[in-house]
Structure formats: C-alpha cells, structure tokens
Design a protein around this ligand. Structure first.
Ligand code: 13P
Length: 259
C-alpha cells in the first residue's frame, strides 16, 4: 500500500518567539512538497504563535495545509486538578492539529506508563486531533537481544482503541539513537518497522497497512534519504535537525524525492 510520507519535527524544550522565524522556510518547503505531509510539534507556549505565523490568520481558525503545528504532549483528562498539565481541548484551541504521545523522554523523565500513553492517544482521538505514538528500546535492551520484544510490547500496551491511519501514526525511536548522532543500520530499521507492522496487523487487521510508521533518532539531511527509503519507513520524527529551516528542509526534500 502506498502511504504518504510524514516528515515531523519535535522541538522538545527548545524554541522561542524569535525562533518561530524558522517556520517560514519550513512552511515554504512544505508548500513546495505537496506529496508529503510536514508537521512540527512545539512547546505548548509556542503553539498559538506558531499557528498564527504559518497561517497568517487568527489561531482559532488556522489550518495551514502545508505545515501542521502540534503539541508535544497532552493530559488524558478533559480538565481538572492537574497543575501544570495541558488538555487536548487546550492545545486544540491554540490551533494544534496533533500531538506526540509516549515520547521516550516523557516515559523516562515523567515515568509515563503504556496505559497513560494509551489514554492520552484516546483523548486525542476524542478531541479530533492526530497522534504520533512513540515506542523504542534502550541500548541495554537492544544489547540483550530484546529490542523487538520491548518495542512490540510497548506498541501492544499503548495502542489506543479505534487505532486508525487517519489519525494515528507510530514513531519508532530507539532511545540510544536520540540526540546521539548514532543511528541503527538501515537493515535494523527496516526489520523493526516490519516487526511493528506485523504486530499492528495482529492487533488491528488490514488497517495496519495504512498506518504510517516513522523513524526517529539522529535523522539529518545527510542520512534522511537512506532511512526514509528503508522498508516500511513512512516518515521521520526529527529532534535537533528540526530546529532550523536550514537543517529540516533537506529532510523534507528527501521525503518529497521519494513521494
Ligand atoms: P534527535 O533527532 O535530536 O535525535 O531527536 C529525535 C527525537 O527524539 C524526536 O522525537
């Protein structure tokens, strides 16, 4: 099945109002690449100004077809006594059209469980937003030969009800490849994506063939073409290299060349 590539950025705890100027070049590249979807997840405080910047209109009405702006995390509850947390409704009001859930940094820093990740994804679906659900093994787990078991286990335990390709993507991000400049071999990436696809098929049947599986971890303009060309790789989730247009646009272009 032909799946559109999705090139997504994750700014993590980086960026500022001034840094939103980088979105101009990224949005222009997205408009020039209609064959791929391009998205950037930004810190919650930057969602509304980012949406305004890429759309040029009021945040509440914003839907820029070229570049989708999203959140990096959401709380599963609609509202309530959860100091410091942000709901799906809040990020939606700010103009976000998707959110990342289950990033390994949140699983590690905030002790998020598969069950919580699942609840977050389901809250996004109820709110009509897209989700990028992250899974990935640590280096110890890979060295112990448990990478596939860990990743497919995370997938099975955090996959939301009603998982479907029109709102959900999976991101395979080996923890040891994030921010390190190290990447798995293309063969290892293809093998893991194949294992994720197979587990998805077991869980949701034919719909699994339409769900996009992104690779994340030290993706750059130099390795994007090779990684995006690997079997069952339907896009990239990019951290450091998404912070500037100069670094991110070549990754968008690598995706477009494969479209
Ligand atoms: P880097 O691209 O900086 O390795 O980060 C990947 C990542 O964690 C994206 O979510």
């Amino acid at each position: 099945m032909a799946r559109r590539k999705l090139i997504a950025g994750n700014w993590k705890m980086n960026g500022s109002l001034a840094a939103l100027a980088e979105l101009d070049g990224i949005a222009a590249a997205a408009r020039a690449a209609p064959g791929v979807d391009v998205a950037i997840a930004v810190p919650a405080t930057l969602i509304a100004p980012a949406v305004a910047r890429v759309s040029g209109i009021a945040p509440a009405a914003a839907r820029e077809p070229g570049l989708a702006i999203g959140a990096e995390d959401v709380h599963p509850a609609e509202k309530g006594a959860h100091t410091g947390c942000i709901s799906v409704g809040m990020v939606k009001e700010a103009g976000a059209v998707f959110s990342i859930v289950g990033h390994s940094e949140r699983r590690a820093d905030c002790h998020e469980t598969d069950q919580q990740v699942k609840a977050k994804a389901e809250a996004l679906r109820r709110g009509g937003l897209g989700a990028i659900l992250c899974v990935g093994e640590t280096l110890d787990e890979r060295d112990a030969g448990r990478a596939e078991a860990v990743v497919t286990g995370q997938l099975a335990a955090s996959l939301p009800e009603d998982a479907a390709a029109d709102w959900l993507s999976i991101a395979y991000e080996p923890v040891w490849a994030i921010g390190t400049g190290r990447t798995p071999t293309v063969a290892d990436v293809a093998a893991m994506h194949g294992a994720i696809r197979a587990r998805l098929r077991a869980l949701i049947g034919q719909e699994a063939d339409a769900v996009r599986i992104l690779y994340g971890g030290s993706v750059t303009g130099d390795n994007a073409a090779e990684l995006l060309g690997a079997g069952d790789v339907d896009g990239a989730l990019v951290g450091g290299a998404s912070l500037t247009a100069a670094k991110f646009v070549p990754i968008v272009e690598a995706g477009a060349a494969l479209a």
